[in-house]
Design a protein around this ligand. Sequence first.
Ligand code: MLT
Ligand code: MN
Length: 312
Amino acid sequence: MRIKIIGSAAGGGFPQWNCNYRLSRAARDGVAGVHSRTQSSIAATANKTDWVLFNASPDIRQQIAQTPDLQPADNSSLRSTPIAAVVLSNADVDHVSGLLSLRERQPFAIYATAQVLGTLEANSIFNVLDPEIVPRRVLPPMDGLSIRDADGKETGVVVDAFPVPGKIALYLEQRGDPSASFSSDTGETIGVRITGAGSSGAAFYIPGCARLYPSLRTRVANAACLLFDGTVYTDDEMIAAGVGSKTGARMGHIAMSGEAGSIAGFAGVKIGRRIFVHINNTNPVLDENSAEHAAVKAAGWEIAMDGMEMEF
Ligand code: MLT
Ligand code: MN
């Protein structure tokens, strides 16, 4: 099993187009130790040929351009792709809008929960992916689902999907009742365990998670790799930075730091590599010279960069 982190930033990317906060400025200025990142997505293969994307970010065109493994193979037909399927972890803009860039009547399969498929269905722009060519398949909360390409051929990637605390996508929130759809079991947001034939272990990919709970700790124990929600370092970070009024929790994201944070929450759980993904442009860990970056590394976590790879 090979996994590539093709996009390690949260929605907006890093730097974000309209952001003048010190971190986006530093990334734009090319300050040493502050690296640009594209939006949230990973790619996995079990057979070195067929790739499964987990989320399709608005930066997918750039991500494919930067990743030869995701480009048409030399000896392949005039229109082709190694991308056999896309698995969606929720319906957020940073996770689904890249599907629109995968049009051009190219077969691949989409897997998502019934709720997320309902959102695609309700937004007719996604019909640029003709369901006759790009089948949409329900990803139920179950273990051991074999991910197949559009023709039904197994990719060798096998997924367990499970709901995590999260919320509906921002654009689906009801104005009068914005916190209506925080839930731990509706399937608006899922995590996945990724493994495959011949692999010696499994990776967990959980780019959005509002809080930790004991059975999640148990579930990820002994994983080769945990790719986890690294949106914010502190819960009130966006407010303190002056760029927004929402806490991390309000956005469906647990903070890295603090007693209720993910670093403390996963402490003591045996995991091969623990890596933060989906990092927001306000998160001080984006600056490799920061105390927060050092604290995260000292706690045994890595901070994802685009192009990071793992094999197990
Ligand atoms: C999130 O991760 O909270 C969303 O991507 C936010 C958004 O839709 O901008
Ligand atoms: Mn996001």
